[in-house]
Ligand binder design. Sequence first.
Ligand SMILES: NC(=O)c1ccc[n+]([C@@H]2O[C@H](COP(=O)([O-])OP(=O)(O)OC[C@H]3O[C@@H](n4cnc5c(N)ncnc54)[C@H](O)[C@@H]3O)[C@@H](O)[C@H]2O)c1
Length: 438
Amino acid sequence: MSEKLDIQPASGKLGILTPGMGAVSSTFMAGVEAIKQGLSLPIGSVTQMGHIRLGKRTEGRQPLIKNFVPLTELDDIVFGGWDIFEDNVYEAATNAGVLPQTLLDQLKEPLSAIKPMKAVFDQYYVKKLEGTHVKTGLTKMEQAEALMQDMENFKQERGCDRLVMVWCGSTEIFLRRSEVHESLEAFEEGLRKDDPAIAPSMIYAYAAIKMGVPYANGAPNLSADFPALEELSKQMQAPTCGKDFKTGQTLMKTILAPGFKARMLGMNGWFSTNILGNRDGEVLDDPESFKTKEESKLSVLDSILQPELYPDLYGNLYHKVRINYYPPRGDNKEGWDNIDIFGWCGMPMQIKVDFLCRDSILAAPIVLDLALFMDLAKRAGLGGIQEWMSFFFKSPVTPDGLQPEHDLFIQQKKLKNTLRWMMGEELITHLGREYYDE
Ligand SMILES: NC(=O)c1ccc[n+]([C@@H]2O[C@H](COP(=O)([O-])OP(=O)(O)OC[C@H]3O[C@@H](n4cnc5c(N)ncnc54)[C@H](O)[C@@H]3O)[C@@H](O)[C@H]2O)c1
């Protein structure tokens, strides 16, 4: 058994700040308010509904996760954020059309009080959006400083003891890591010189991490996942994780693919297509933003199936992902998957999945869990990349050279074992010999 980590108590208020207050963010905030008022249950949230087994199966110890690790209570959460539109969260949730209006109307008072701060934004990085609620006339370094001032003011005005930041902003264009991302010194110089390789999401990430505030990236774009900010996050003991919330079609992929592989079934094709009509869909209609998403979605199968290790089963896999913007559906996406698998004697079989999915309904509890776990990590003194958060992401961030783990069930074991490790409980290997020893 390991030593319990020295974890600071979750006393006082936790401010959860989201750059981007659109469908996901407003659904998250509205849901938490609904839960607080007893109008709903925290369905989909691991921190709120999940149990964790401790010790042997014969001991019957299975507490709720939130009773096992010291997490912030929902009543102690304060919401804030930034957006390029001035809509308060009640208006944003109404526009997003994810939750029923009757529910939103019951939450009108707390949601209307959450108003976005002026955003750091540049249309070069999100072509399809044009907003006016933005900070203007500043260099990128000054923008970062303005965000830090926003956070400081928020903390003071709202009486928060701690903050976390979860990026819920639009997907930015595809950017490759370049020299400016390679060291903190180069990155700070880039901020001062307005380097175009520094996108707004990186400025938010820098501002958070520089203040020692945990940062999670819910979008697939490059944001905090490069050496410069990794260096800063270790220095400032600011936990980071990402990226791209694992919802919808990719969630299904990471549930199904490990099953086929576990049974050594072959696969030669997986075709995925989606229609969705929300603002995210509109942003992804731009090829540059779609490329960011595509990279994130494509990496999953390769990493789960390991074609280099299993060339006979997965060496010829054809994997295609399509997203089509189709306004009539709004946030209610439909995702089709056609999976061509083969079995004994190479005989082909097909599986069709038609997922009538509500993306933001799947993403909202992830925002809550990330915020609460990242705050826990901070209080436990853990800085740098939190790979145990991979469970929540399509493209888990790892240090350079370390293969990410995509299998949902391995990710879940890792998450739970990390919680056991933090609390000085025995890790569970599932070997189980002890039940049969004489
Ligand atoms: N819904 C899901 O299941 C899901 C899954 C994985 C990833 N994501 C990602 O989460 C993000 C949010 O998704 P959504 O459905 O809420 O989209 P959305 O378009 O409804 O909301 C995004 C919001 O971000 C704002 N924004 C854009 N750039 C900004 C900036 N620089 N600063 C502040 N605000 C900014 C936009 O104005 C918009 O209100 C997207 O990047 C999306 O790809 C969503």
